[in-house]
Design a protein around this ligand. Sequence first.
Ligand code: GFP
Ligand code: GFP
Length: 838
Amino acid sequence: VEASIPEPQREAWKKFQAKGFTNKEEFEREVVRHVETTLARSMFNCDETAAYAAASLALRDRLITQWNRTQQRQTFADGKRVYYLSLEFLMGRALDNAMLNIGAKDIAKDGLADLGFRIEDIISQEHDAALGNGGLGRLAACFLDSMASLNIPAWGYGLRYRYGIFKQEIVDGYQVEVPDYWLDFNPWEFPRHDIVVDIQFYGNVRKYQNEQGKNVITWDGGEVVQAVAYDVPIPGYDTVSTNNMRLWSSKAASGEFDFQKFNSGDYESSVADQQRAETISAVLYPNDNLDRGKELRLKQQYFWVAASLYDIVRRFKKSKRAWVEFSDQVAIQLNDTHPTLAIVELQRILIDLEGLEWDEAWSIVTKTFGYTNHTVLPEALEKWSVPLFQNLLPRHLQIIYDINLYFLQTVERKFPKERELLGRVSIIEESQPKMIRMAYLAIVGSHKVNGVAELHSDLIKTTIFKDFVRIFGPDNFTNVTNGITPRRWLHQANPRLSELIASKTGGLDFLKDLNILNELEKFVDDKEFKKEWAEIKYANKVRLAKHIKTTTGVTVNPSALFDIQVKRIHEYKRQQMNIFGVIHRYLTIKAMTPEERKKLAPRVSIFGGKAAPGYWMAKTIIHLINQVGSVVNNDKDVGDLLKVIFLEDYNVSKAEIIVPASDISEHISTAGTEASGTSNMKFVLNGGLIIGTCDGANIEITREIGENNIFLFGNLAEDVEDLRHAHTYGAHNLDPDLAKVFDAIKANTFGDAGSFGALVSAIEDHGDYYLVSDDFHSYIQTQALVDEAYKDQDEWVSKTILSVSRMGFFSSDRCINEYAETIWNVEPLVPEPQERNG
Ligand code: GFP
Ligand code: GFP
C-alpha cells in the first residue's frame, strides 16, 4: 500500500513538521509537557525518575526529528549503506551522550535547574543498556558513535534482549548473579509494530520440478516466530546525522495462540507457544570467549540474522536495481562469527527465493560480507553440531555443504597434491558428531577478514587461519586496530580534562580529530598546566574514592597510587597474577621496617569485572580478591599502605567513573591471548599510565606514546608455545616469590586454603597454561619500577601528558575510516548546511 502523502497535501505536513526544542524555554516546555501528558504526573509528584523520563523524551523527540531526516536523506541519495551485525551492543547510558552529541547539555542543565533538578542526579537515574559481555560489545557501541559522527550511512542490527548481562552482587566474597531487567522504562527505543518478519525454524526441504521444468527447492513446515523491530536513534557528534540501531524482539506468530486448548481449559499450554517464542530474545548469553553450542543460542543467531537480512534485502529491492548491484549498495560486517549464518541466508534468498544461479549469487554474497575476528582462543571459536543444525535449519545445512563442496573443489584444483589440506580447511569437521566450523565459513563467504590489532592480525594469519592465507592470498586478510570514541571516553567521562584540553587546543575540535591532542605536547613543561592536570586527576580519584566508600564501606586515600584492573574475569587476562602480586606486596610490607615503609608509595589495588556464571575458576579469583581485601583492609599494621577493593557490578557507567581515576591500570594477559583490548586505550587517554604485557594493542600504544611512558614486562608471544611445551615435558620451576605467595595462601592467611586450591594447582600441577609463574618475577620487578616512578610526581605527570598527546591514533573514528576505505568502500553522506542549521 502506498503510504506516501500526495504532493498537494505535503504543504500542510511541512508546516507542522516536528522540530524538537531549540532553546532553554522550549526544552522546559517539552519537559513539563511530557511530565503532564506522557507521564500523567504534575509538579506535585515529579520525582527524579519522572524528571529523567521527561527530559529523555524531550531529547528523544529532537533525535527522532534528526533521525527521520537522516533516513530520508539516505533513502533519496540511494548510496551504499553499512550494516553492522552484532549480537552485542554494550551501549551504557544514552541521555548524557545524546545531550553532548547534539550540543544540548547546557540547555538541559539550565532548564532542569529552572525546574528544580540537578542534571547529574537526573543522568544517574538511567539504567545501563548492557546488551553485551565486554570488549566486543563495547567496540560495537563505539563504532555506532563513530559511524554517525562521520556521517556514514550505517545501521546496527542486533537482538533486543529482555535481560542484558546479569547484575553482579558480591555476597560473603562470592559473586552472585541477579537478572538485569532493564526494560521497565526505556525512552530510547521505538517499537515498530508494523515492521514484523516471520522467521522459520525446523521443517522439511523439498526438491521438485515445477510446470516449467525448473528445479525448485522449498523449505516448509516447522515453526514460525515473529521478529518485531525496535529502533534506537544513534546521534552523531556535532552533526545532525542520526543513524539507526535496529534490535529484534521475538514473539509468537499471530494466530499461534491455541484457542482450542484455551477453550478446553488448558490455559497454561495455550500460552506455552507464546513463551517459547519469547524465549528467543529473552536473555544475552553471559559467556565471553567460550562457545557452548546451545540450541537456543543458534536459534537467536538465525532469528536475528534472518530478520536483518529480510530488512536489508527489502530495502535494496525498493531501489529496483539489478542484483549484481547489491554489493554496490550494501556492505555487511560480521562482528565475530555470531552472524555468520547471514552468509548462508543471503545465498538462500538469492537462489531459492529470487531464482539466481549459484555462481552469480555466491559472487554477490562474497562481495557483500566482511568478517572481524576477535580471538584466537580455541575454546571461543564457534562450532555447531551437524545433527543439531540439520534439525533446526535443514535447508541452510544443505547450502553449507554446497558452499563447502565448491570451496574444496577450488582448493583441490589449486593444491592438487595436498590431500591433508582439504581436511584441515573443510568447513565441516569430520568429528563425532560432525561439526560446522563457523570461522571457516565466515572466511570463505567474505571478501575481507580482519583482526583487531597488529599482533592479533599477524597471529591469525600465521596460526589459526594460515591455510586460508595460502588459498585466498594475503590480500583477503587485513588489520584494523580497534579504537574508542573520545566523546564518551574523554568528554563525557572526564569533563574537566576535556575542558582543559579544549582551552589549550582552541576548542573541542579534538573530539572530531583526535590527532589535535598532539598540541598538548608543548605544555609538558608548563608548570601551571601541569598543576591543573594533576588537580583534575586528583579530583577524579576523590570521585572514585567516594564511590568506593558508598559501595564497599572502605575508606581509601585519594593520594595513594590507584592501581586498577577492570574487565571480564578470565584466566587469560590474569587477574590471578594481579592478586598474587598484591599478596606479595602485603607480605613484603609486613616484613618491612618503619623506615622502609615510609619510602613506599601507598597503593589502592582496585578490581572489577564479572565472571561467566559457569566459569568456576574465574569465580574463585573473585573470591580470593575479596578474601585478600578483607584481611588487608582490616590490618591496622598496614593501614593506608595497601588497600584492596573489589567493585561490584562493573559496567559502562561505572567505567566512566573508574577510568579517569587511575594512576596505573593493568593489561597483563598472557602474550598472544588478548586480541586488542580497548580499556588500555581508555585509561591512557584519561591520563593514566599502564603496566602491561606485549600483547594486543599494548604494542601499538607503546609505539605511539613511547617506551618510556609504559611499563612493559613478561614473555613475548613468540615464546609462549615453547614455554608451554617445557612445562609439559620438562621441569616446571615455580617462581620463588610466587612460592611464598602460595605458602601464605596454604597457611589459611586469607581464609580456608581449600577454596583456592584449584587456582594454585592450575599453576603448580597443571602446566600453568597462562604462564603466571614464568611472568611473575618480571611482573613484580616492574611493579617496583612503578613505585619508584610514582615518587617523582613531576616526571609522572609529564609522562601522562605526553601519552595523552600521542593517543590520537586510537580514536574509533580512525578505525571506522579504515573500515570504510579498505573493507566497505562506502562514502560519508554529509548533511546540507541548511539541514544543519535546523
Ligand atoms: C523507510 C522510509 C524512510 C524512513 C524509514 C524509517 O525506509 O523514508 O525514514 O523507513 O524507518 F523509506 P526503509 O526502512 O524502507 O529503508
Ligand atoms: C574481544 C577481545 C578483545 C578485543 C575486543 C574488541 O573482547 O581483545 O579488544 O574483543 O575487539 F578479546 P571481549 O569481548 O572478549 O572482552
